[in-house]
Design a protein around this ligand. Structure first.
Ligand code: IMP
Length: 202
């Protein structure tokens, strides 16, 4: 079986490949480029699952028989901001905003409401759709706190301002392996891998 990811984000491809290998699964991970590119999809759903499924279903229309399309939608949710930015995490500071712009906008919004509780969580909804159209969604969440002063060079996005519960370092101060142990994407991916393994032994 081959997995086709509806992303060209190298961090996500690396993370998934490493976790599949660790689980002893030798599954080839490719991107939508191997299927002629990602079909145009507007991420206009109001839930992570809705957007993830929309992307996976669009890519699944191009799958070979042994293929599976995998798409995720993820983001950070600040409890004091009524769970914003949520599905808008990638474009919180505007359509072409950089990771840094988005991160600064999050800190500004939290500063403005003067709520001392900066609890938040990363969420990842991972949708798998096979060539026959069968759909499955796997959810992972990583709870913790958002901090005012960004720290760390690893990861991407909001990692420099997120400290997972029970830790004192940001996810940007952790190695890829350490982050995968506790991250929203790690949790969703492990659920997906367990499901894959289960299906393979039937
Ligand atoms: P998407 O799921 O790739 O659209 O990501 C949505 C947004 O959430 C992006 O702006 C990312 O920066 C952010 N995000 C998703 N996962 C992570 C993570 O593991 N660390 C930091 N930011 C993340």
């Amino acid at each position: 079986m081959r997995l086709y990811l509806a992303t060209s984000n190298p961090h996500k491809i690396e993370e998934l490949q490493a976790m599949l290998e660790e689980a002893g699964l030798s599954i080839e991970v490719l991107t939508a480029d191997a299927l002629g590119g990602m079909p145009e999809v507007v991420e206009d759903q109001d839930s992570f699952s809705g957007n993830a499924l929309k992307k996976a279903k669009a890519l699944a229309t191009r799958l070979p028989e042994d293929g599976m399309a995998l798409a995720d939608d993820s983001g950070i949710c600040a409890v004091a901001l009524d769970h914003a930015p949520g599905v808008y995490s990638a474009r919180y500071a505007g359509e072409n905003a950089s990771d840094l712009d988005n991160l600064n906008k999050l800190l500004d919004e939290l500063d403005e409401i003067e709520d001392p509780n900066w609890a938040g969580y990363f969420a990842c909804h991972l949708a798998a759709v096979d060539a026959s159209g069968q759909e499955s969604v796997f959810v992972g969440e990583c709870h913790g706190n958002i901090i005012r002063q960004p720290r760390g060079e690893n990861g991407f996005g909001y990692d420099p301002v997120f400290v997972p519960e029970g830790h004192d370092r940001t996810t940007a101060e952790m190695s890829q392996e350490e982050k995968a142990e506790l991250s929203h994407r790690g949790i969703a991916t492990r659920k997906f891998i367990a499901w894959l393994k289960d299906g393979m032994t039937v």
